[in-house]
Design a protein around this ligand. Structure first.
Ligand code: SF4
Length: 197
């Protein structure tokens, strides 16, 4: 893929509306060999401004939740289904998700995580290629052929869901407990660097 250098998309104009609305392409962050890979929907305003996924309020919640499990943002990889901010924070269109999928596939293949955690409905449905009732399925483990292998995908609510519905906090906590347990305890994927924490 000549418009991707390592894990960074250097130049891309596949989605005309997103090219107009973005300030920059927001690539994933974190170790290139992370055991945990979080996948969100796409950059919002602050992500677009700062060039990093999951900053702002959602990012603070995620950081806090990781910290409570002995993890830090630097220990995990965080990326998105689309790398450019949709106008007015609308959901990415299916064509845009498809356009960006090869980059995500490449990232998954290179990082080769033990578990992929989908943060919210859009990434859950995109990666599993089916309808997902996130609030009832959060914490469930599924398998999907991604990045050249069948991989464990843990469905999770979006961190921001806890801002609007406090009952979602328990759901988020349970899913993240499971994810942390999978990389530190060798649950589904073995490993790990995170076992040191
Ligand atoms: S969202 Fe992905 S495919 Fe679309 S323009 Fe941005 S980098 Fe390219």
């Amino acid at each position: 893929m000549d418009d991707m250098d390592g894990l960074e998309v250097t130049e891309c104009t596949r989605c005309p509306e997103l090219v107009d609305s973005r300030s920059r392409i927001v690539d994933g962050t974190g170790p290139a060999d992370a055991d945990l890979l979080f996948v969100g929907e796409g950059p919002g305003q602050q992500e677009d401004e700062q060039g990093e996924p999951f900053v702002g309020r959602s990012g603070s919640i995620l950081d806090e939740k990781l910290d409570a499990r002995g993890l830090a943002r630097q220990d995990v990889r965080i990326t998105n289904c689309v790398r450019c901010r949709p106008p007015e924070n609308r959901d990415p269109k299916s064509q845009e998700l498809d356009n960006c999928f090869p980059y995500l596939q490449r990232e998954i293949e290179q990082v080769d995580p033990d578990v992929i955690v989908t943060l919210g409905k859009v990434p859950s449905e995109h990666l599993l290629d089916r309808d997902v009732a996130v609030t009832t399925e959060a914490g469930s483990l599924a398998q999907a052929d991604l990045g050249g292998a069948v991989r464990d995908v843990l469905i999770c609510v979006h961190p921001a869901a806890t801002l609007y519905d406090r009952s979602q906090e328990e759901t988020l906590d349970a899913a993240l407990d499971k994810a942390a347990g999978m990389v530190s305890g060798g649950g589904a994927g073995g490993q790990s660097r995170l076992g040191d924490y």
